[in-house]
Design a binder for this molecule. Structure first.
Ligand code: DGY
Length: 324
């Protein structure tokens, strides 16, 4: 008998068709009523779940009694209760590597947009305000040659650092749990404690996974340690930054600006950030290119398929639950 897969997001109709070759596939569809209800109704039959952006833990998965694997179409897995998965023996997989370069592109776009005020001046031009050369009050800040501080030098952090160092001649600082001798050699990157990095960098780029340790890693005190001319870029997870403290710092001019792709609560609605011209606000699009989302979904399908065939998936987050 075919195993059942519940596909809840980021999977195209062609991918559903591919999965149907091997599994019974259920895709909640708004045309057939409430999607959340369809998801809950299908859970008891599901051997595998595939998708992203849905918190899954004890409460949400209690009815999923046959569940063997959750294949997330994301690299981050902070919205899954991994301890509970381990307790239940449910495999969790993610999609690293395939999104590294696209997410780094987006991180660098936020550096450029916030420093050169791209979004703000685009809105200004379209509002018909361009009557003469722009006044100095609207000038931006240089990026080339400025110091780039990477908080969390994993693959994505390194890809951003490469863009900055090789393309924009930026000195690189980084902080994190471990020294990276290879990147120190390749990019002349210098290791700093977080307070040192905050005090020296012109751009502070957050690329750490969300955990108990990194929640509110950047709060009022850390923002005060930054230069008033510096920019904070967050492409990691919203709760890494105390958003209320950031809003206060942007209003008060404690820092010059922020480029944000992630927020404490998503989707972001009615936020004071919308009133702040020195905040660039994007709707969590780090990996959102056609090519990368397709690569992520394909990788997630491979992980799901391996797990349901009893093979060890390539990107198993919790290897301790795998039984050959
Ligand atoms: C990820 O993959 O974790 C990105 O944030 C996109 O969801």
């Amino acid at each position: 008998m075919k195993k059942t897969v519940l596909a809840f997001s980021r999977i195209t109709p062609a991918m559903v068709e591919q999965l149907q070759g091997e599994f019974e596939v259920i895709v909640p569809d708004p045309k057939h009523g409430d999607v959340a209800q369809q998801f809950d109704e299908a859970l008891p039959r599901a051997h595998g779940l595939i998708g992203a952006g849905r918190p899954l833990g004890r409460e949400q998965l209690a009815a999923a009694t046959q569940l063997q694997v959750v294949s997330s179409v994301s690299v981050g897995y902070d919205n899954y209760a991994v301890d509970y998965f381990n307790e239940r023996g449910i495999m969790l997989t993610n999609t690293p590597d395939v999104l590294t370069e696209s997410t780094a592109d987006l991180g660098f776009s936020l550096i450029m947009s916030s420093a050169r005020r791209i979004a703000e001046l685009d809105a200004w031009t379209k509002a018909g305000q361009w009557k003469a050369s722009i006044p100095p009050a609207l000038f931006g800040s240089d990026v080339h040659g400025k110091t780039l501080g990477i908080v969390g030098m994993g693959n994505i952090g390194a890809a951003i650092a490469r863009r900055g160092h090789l393309g924009f001649n930026m000195p690189i600082l980084y902080s994190g749990n471990s020294r990276k001798a290879d990147l120190e050699a390749e990019l002349d990157a210098r290791f700093r404690s977080l307070p040192e990095l905050l005090a020296e960098a012109d751009f502070v780029c957050l690329v750490v996974p969300l955990s108990e340790k990194t929640k509110h890693l950047i709060g009022a005190e850390q923002l005060r340690q930054m230069k008033p001319s510096a920019f904070l870029i967050n492409i990691s997870r919203g709760p890494v930054v105390d958003e209320a403290a950031l809003i206060e710092a942007l209003r008060a001019g404690t820092i010059r600006g922020a480029g944000l792709d992630v927020y404490e609560k998503e989707p972001l609605a009615d936020s004071p950030l919308f009133q702040l011209p020195n905040a660039v606000t994007l709707p969590h699009i780090g990996s959102a290119t056609t090519q990368t989302r397709e690569a992520m979904a394909n990788r997630a399908i491979q992980n799901l398929t391996s797990a349901l065939r009893g093979e060890r998936p390539q990107d198993l987050v919790n290897p301790q639950v795998y039984k050959a």
